[in-house]
Design a protein around this ligand. Structure first.
Ligand code: ATP
Length: 342
């Protein structure tokens, strides 16, 4: 549906060229929700703006719905853009137009007959739950309602792709959830392909099938969300995941542990089956002369799939603890021995 190959973008900045994108390769299937996450300056906006050609790539190709769009000009380009709706962090609504008129705007530009516009706008108002707000102006709406108008307007010309540029970054957590739910509903009802950029791991977790982590203009890690969450390989990815689960234990915990008798190892286990950790904890106690304390635990569900992160304090005779650790490494779970200082 969207295939980006070897995409690069160089800006001419005041201090010389800035390479905003370096050899980006990315592919989003029909009906998939793909998320690009990265810190400020990573190149996310440039990438999404290249996809609908608000920015002209320096090199590389972008194929949307089977059509190579980087070479299109004029009417062909306008047609291709109509297949891609876009929503923005700050909504970009026309303040002098009502909700209904904002949603109708792209249809008016495309020369759609008036009666048809009315019918389509009524459908879209219903879809985003704003029928009773049709005659309000943007200033009379909450942020979440404004984004609903943005979504309805983006869907007006029946696009096959929806591009979301930090669509929930200006919203509070509850409103963010309702907008993400709406995006998920639209994705399922209309089979819409969604490509979004965000700096919030929550957004990735809530609705994305696939995640791409960007840093300094490059994609440094990518894959199905559960896989990347369970087995991050890059520091930046890990930092994003830690922002979500607060994996660090309070330093007091470490101090308490060292005052307990015996040899201790703190271990973080990551597992993707809901019961996977249970027999392991019991087995450690049975097979080895060790005590296992659960210090922190979290089970989350990513698109219905459990992801568990468990921090254990394994203590006892140092040899037994090391044997228990060796055993853990044979279980297939992700095992990380945490370094700690006192
Ligand atoms: N028009 C421009 N001219 C020169 N440099 C630019 C231009 N637009 C972006 N850049 C540079 O390209 C790099 C990537 O910027 P981009 O806005 O794509 O990052 P981002 O990940 O979207 O960041 P943010 O989340 O802050 O928007 C940055 O170094 C930025 O300064």
């Amino acid at each position: 549906m969207i295939r980006i190959t070897e995409l690069s973008k160089v800006f001419q900045g005041p201090n010389g060229p800035v390479q905003a994108l370096k050899n980006i390769n990315l592919s989003v299937s029909k009906g998939e929700i793909a998320g690009i996450i990265g810190y400020s300056g990573a190149g996310k906006s440039t990438l999404i703006r290249c996809v609908n050609l608000l920015e002209t790539p320096t090199s590389g190709t972008i194929v949307v719905d089977g059509q190579e769009i980087t070479s299109l000009r004029g009417e062909q380009l306008r047609q291709a853009r109509r297949k891609m709706g876009m929503i923005f962090q700050h909504f970009n609504l026309l303040s002098s137009r009502t909700v209904r008129e904002n949603i109708a705007f792209p249809l008016e530009i495309a020369g759609v007959p008036r009666a048809e516009i009315k019918k389509r706008v009524d459908e879209l108002l219903e879809l985003v739950g704003l029928t009773d707000r049709a005659d309000n102006y943007p200033a009379q709406l909450s942020g979440g309602q404004k984004q609903r108008v943005g979504i309805a307007r983006a869907l007006a010309s029946n696009p096959s792709v929806l591009l979301c540029d930090e669509a929930t970054s200006a919203l509070d957590p509850a409103t963010t959830r309702s907008i993400l739910q709406l995006l998920l509903d639209i994705n399922q009802q209309l089979g819409l392909t969604i490509l979004l950029i965000t700096h919030e791991m929550d957004v990735i977790k809530e609705i994305c099938d696939t995640v791409y982590v960007m840093e300094a203009g490059e994609i440094i890690e990518s894959g199905p969300v559960l896989d990347v969450f369970a087995h991050p390989t890059r520091e930046t990815t890990r930092a994003f995941i830690e922002s979500l689960y607060q994996l660090d234990l309070p330093s007091d915990f470490y101090r308490q542990i060292v005052h307990r008798p015996g040899f201790h190892r703190l271990v973080r286990l990551v597992f993707t089956g809901v019961n996977a950790a249970e027999p392991i904890v019991a087995t450690l106690g049975q097979k080895f002369a060790v005590t296992v304390n659960i210090m922190a635990g979290n089970i989350d569900y990513i698109k219905g799939q459990p992801l568990g992160i468990l921090t254990l304090d394994i203590s006892g005779d140092s040899l037994e603890v090391e044997k228990a650790l060796s055993y853990l490494h044979t279980t297939g779970l992700k095992v990380e021995v945490l370094e700690y200082e006192f």
